[in-house]
Design a protein. Structure first.
Length: 267
């Protein structure tokens, strides 16, 4: 039964990506930890593979529609991809098993990983709920000068977050691409998926040799999530995404609060 719910949640990851252009990847680590009983640090690695593969399919679908800016994606990726890879290759293996002790409570790397991820979920949920009330705009200022230094700094920040927690960061990427590069929303979503795919898959290569992978589980979950993208794309033609995005944001908020309570008080 637990496996059934795990596979069902894997489908929801892809459906969310196909339906609202993001959000689903924020569920990958909790699904891996609580439904498939994967170690949290290893779960962040699995998340990179699942999110990267699923986003790659989504990016290709958007590319066929002319909704991916390859130039912007590669420019942003200069800093973010390198940061993700270096974080997974050198920073993650250096994290000690025991971080600190507060009284009788021991903060382990597993607890720290899940609490940081839950905080990220809360931030992502608030972003989704706020953006769910905004109408999409497609107006572009064609001669806006791109602030390359700021774009590189954002790339480093999002790259470190992706590398540390295994989340794609679409809720941060999309506003960045809209505000700094002036991409239309639909093109920002497609370009975001392209960047997430590059970040996640190249970051995953930094884990090879550090973890013992359950490739069977990884491939099954990835294929289910990819199938979900096509279901989400089909549903997106029939259902308005804004209200769903806001509702999904509330769900992610509740999940994030639950994880914080579980790891710090019910552990």
């Amino acid at each position: 039964m637990q496996l059934f719910f795990g596979y069902l949640a894997s489908a929801l990851i892809g459906i969310s990506l196909g339906l609202i252009g993001g959000g689903g990847s924020i569920l990958t680590v909790p699904v891996m930890v609580y439904l498939f009983s994967v170690n949290p640090l290893l779960a962040t690695s699995y998340s990179l593979f699942v999110v990267g593969s699923t986003s790659l399919v989504g990016a290709y679908n958007n590319y066929k529609k002319g909704l991916v800016s390859i130039k912007t994606g590669l420019l942003f990726g200069i800093s973010s991809i390198a940061t993700v890879f270096l974080t997974r290759k050198f920073f993650i293996p250096a994290i000690p098993k025991k971080i600190a002790t507060i009284g009788s409570f021991v903060i382990t790397e597993n607890i720290m990983t899940m609490v940081l991820f839950a905080i990220l979920m809360v931030i992502a949920s608030l972003s989704m709920m706020r953006n769910g009330n905004k109408k999409e705009t497609t107006d572009v200022v064609p001669d806006k000068k791109i602030n390359i230094p700021k774009l590189l700094v954002y790339g480093i920040g999002i790259g470190f977050m992706t590398g540390l927690l295994g989340a794609g960061g679409g809720f941060l990427l999309i506003p960045t691409l809209v505000l700094l590069v002036d991409l239309p929303m639909k093109e920002a979503v497609g370009t975001s998926l392209f960047i997430i795919a590059l970040n996640s898959l190249i970051g995953f290569t930094g884990d090879l040799g550090h973890f013992e992978m359950d490739w069977q589980l990884l491939v099954i979950v990835t294929l289910i999530a990819i199938s979900g993208i096509f279901v989400g794309g089909w549903l997106g033609k029939k259902i308005h995404g804004d209200k769903l995005k806001k509702g999904f944001g509330w769900f992610v908020l509740v999940m994030g609060i639950y994880i914080i309570v579980k790891e710090l008080w019910l552990h």
